[in-house]
Design a protein around this ligand. Structure first.
Ligand code: HEC
Length: 323
């Protein structure tokens, strides 16, 4: 009896070894979903009511279904299959923990362990395959597929598509001056001519003179992240020429009402983060005509709840976040 048990054990062990050697691909449902479920879904799930108030997913991003993960949030797609280094979902969990964009927000849930980060990166690099997992289908737009590695088209992706029409992709050479001045430039996705520019790694030293280099690629910039840099209102007149700008992050900078007065002409701007700036209600008045806006972040600025309410009335499609 003992022997038989022993032999069966060895067979099972050898079998599972060879199985793991073959199937090394990350299994989303078994290995990645439990991480997301434990550390992210609390804030990134289907809208629900609490004490009579409708709670919406943070950042417009749901992570409780395959279609939702691929569709992304207010900032657009968060996963670029095959490229973890281009995926916001991965970038957010690997930032320094004191960065305001770090996920999960510090103190709200445990940060990902190194092992978990590795699994997430590997899953994205292997093509972001959900296997048979679809997750929560409630709220899924009809035209969007359940999963299947195909990126569903959301309103924001339609916008990127429209903005890309007739725009030729640039070669890396076109932004070497930005890289030299401490900026990072990345295409929004593999096939997109649109670019994302940030100074996250050099924010402390990034002053207005460093941003002058962006002018050379102004008409390709869709995302601009100047958060925590030394940027001043002076740079906003350059920003105002970025016709394809969809997302502008100015959080924790010296930007004031005066800077916002330059931005009115940005017809495609959907997201602006002004958290921790000196912007006041007078600055919010400048935003009232910007009908493309869908998300405005004002926490820790000089704006008041009254100002936020007035902006909400002027921009009913936008989420105005002040607390
Ligand atoms: C306690 C609430 C909370 C938890 C938990 C949380 N987030 Fe967030 N998340 C937010 C808030 C608030 C925002 C919007 C502000 C911002 O963009 O930083 C956000 C925004 C995001 C965005 C950007 C969405 C967009 O399109 O603008 C990503 C990506 C994201 N979170 C990923 C994650 C991941 C991955 C986890 C789990 C590891 C996670 N979050 C856990 C609160 C949370």
């Amino acid at each position: 009896m003992q022997k038989i048990f022993h032999a069966a054990f060895i067979v099972a062990a050898v079998f599972s070894l060879s199985q793991s050697a073959q199937a090394q691909k990350v299994d989303f449902e078994k290995q990645v979903w439990p991480i997301i479920e434990a550390k992210c879904v609390e804030c990134h799930r289907e809208p629900y009511e609490e004490n009579g108030r409708l709670k919406k997913p943070k950042g417009g991003l749901r992570l409780d279904g395959a279609w939702a993960i691929m569709m992304g949030g207010e900032g657009g797609a968060t996963v670029d299959p095959g490229k973890s280094d281009h995926s916001e979902l991965f970038a957010r969990v690997t930032l320094p923990e004191d960065d305001d964009d770090f996920m999960p927000p510090t103190g709200k849930a445990d940060p990902l362990t190194d092992k978990e980060k590795e699994l997430l990166a590997k899953w994205i690099d292997e093509g972001a395959d959900f296997g048979g997992w679809a997750g929560n289908l409630k709220g899924k737009p009809a035209e969007v597929s359940n999963a299947g590695g195909k990126i569903p088209v959301s309103e924001i992706q339609e916008l990127y598509k429209k903005l890309s029409e007739g725009v030729s992709p640039l070669k890396e050479d076109a932004w070497k001056d930005i890289t030299a001045s401490g900026g990072r430039v990345m295409p929004l996705s593999n096939s997109s001519p649109l670019l994302s520019v940030d100074y996250r790694l050099t924010a402390e030293d990034a002053t207005d003179d460093k941003f002058a280099a962006i002018k050379a690629i102004s008409d390709h910039v869709a995302h601009l992240d100047l958060s925590r840099t030394q940027v001043t209102d002076a740079t906003m007149s350059d920003v105002s020429k970025m016709d394809r700008l969809v997302r502008l992050d100015l959080h924790q900078t010296a930007i004031s009402d005066e800077g916002l007065s330059h931005l009115k002409g940005l017809k495609n701007l959907r997201y602006i983060n002004l958290y921790g700036t000196q912007v006041s209600d007078a600055g919010l008045n400048q935003l009232k005509s910007m009908k493309s806006l869908r998300a405005v972040y004002l926490w820790n600025s000089n704006a008041t709840p009254k100002g936020a309410k007035a902006l909400r009335a002027a921009l009913p499609d936008a989420k105005i976040n002040i607390d």
